[in-house]
Design a protein around this ligand. Structure first.
Ligand code: CAA
Length: 258
């Protein structure tokens, strides 16, 4: 896979997609978002891949949507052209787990894209913010919706209205990221987590991801019912036989291809 604005690598069953517009701190433009959708869909369909990492550079996961590209947009360009809606949310259709790894700036659309990952591992250098108000717009890729659901209304309003950046420690305290790791160890840690996930049954991992995401779209009773269906269905998969038989035989389970 060759892209102008992404770097791609694989490590065993883990795919790594790196946002790569270093001169603009990975500002997210149309081409990059088209390429990101393409790469995500290819890895989602690739049976040799069990987990995807989405990351940026040491300086920036992404400093937001590309301001230079949108400065002259009018309503026809945005509403008419379905700006953001057209190609930013492909990541939400990916069924395999996606881990976001954040170093440096993770701002505006960058923070919104990060929040579309399944969970985030941050370097101690990470800085998160929703500074759209400073450039005269609201967030447009879910910042006002996912941020309060993730860190609560008070913190979200504070970040969204003052444009204050929070550091990695505050991001971990508020539940925006799952772990904070020294910058020189963050990819190692993320690859280890992704390799662990990819060593499990892909089918079961996808079901868990789908079930967790359902929690944000439905009532508790319906969500638990939804989960129960997956649990029952798991007994029709070879993964359940292998996992439980391996446990009882006191041997490691082998979920290869399951
Ligand atoms: N769009 C386009 N270019 C950007 C960019 C962005 N979002 N963020 C940074 N860049 C560019 C800068 O213009 C600069 O380019 P030049 O060298 O050609 O001048 C280069 O990246 C380096 O940036 P700085 O010189 O500004 O670096 P800094 O270390 O002094 O500051 C920063 C870093 C605090 C992240 C600062 O660049 C900044 O505030 N960036 C904008 C952040 C922002 O407002 N993001 C929200 C965008 S709107 C949005 O995302 C809408 C949405 O919800 C979808």
């Amino acid at each position: 896979m060759n892209y102008a604005d992404l770097l791609i690598a694989t490590h065993g069953k883990v795919a790594v997609i790196r946002l790569n517009r270093p001169k603009a701190l990975n500002a997210l433009n149309d081409n990059m978002m088209d390429e990101l959708g393409d790469a995500l869909y290819k890895f989602d369909a690739d049976s040799s891949i069990g987990c995807i990492i989405l990351t940026g550079s040491e300086k920036a996961f992404a400093a937001g949507a590309d301001i230079a590209a949108m400065v002259d947009y009018d309503y026809g360009d945005t509403y008419g052209g379905n700006y953001i809606g057209r190609n930013w949310e492909h990541i939400l259709n990916v069924r395999k787990p996606v881990i976001g790894v954040v170093q440096g700036f993770c701002l505006g659309g960058g923070c919104e894209l990060a929040m579309m990952c399944d969970f985030l591992i941050a370097a101690d250098t990470a800085k998160f913010g929703q500074p759209e108000i400073k450039v005269g717009v609201t967030p447009g890729a879910g910042g006002t919706q996912r941020l309060p659901r993730t860190i609560g209304k008070a913190k979200a309003m504070d970040m969204l209205l003052t444009a204050r950046m929070i550091d990695a420690a505050e991001a971990e305290r508020t539940g925006l990221v799952s772990r904070v790791v020294a910058a020189d160890k963050v990819m190692e840690e993320a690859l280890a987590a992704a390799t662990t996930i990819a060593s499990m049954s892909v089918t079961v991992a996808m079901a868990i991801k789908d079930s967790v995401n359902r929690a944000f779209e439905t009532t508790l009773t319906e969500g638990v019912r939804y989960e129960r269906r997956y649990f029952h269905a798991a007994f029709g998969t070879p993964a359940q036989k292998e996992g439980m038989q391996a446990f009882l035989a006191k041997r490691p389970a082998n979920f290869d291809g399951l």
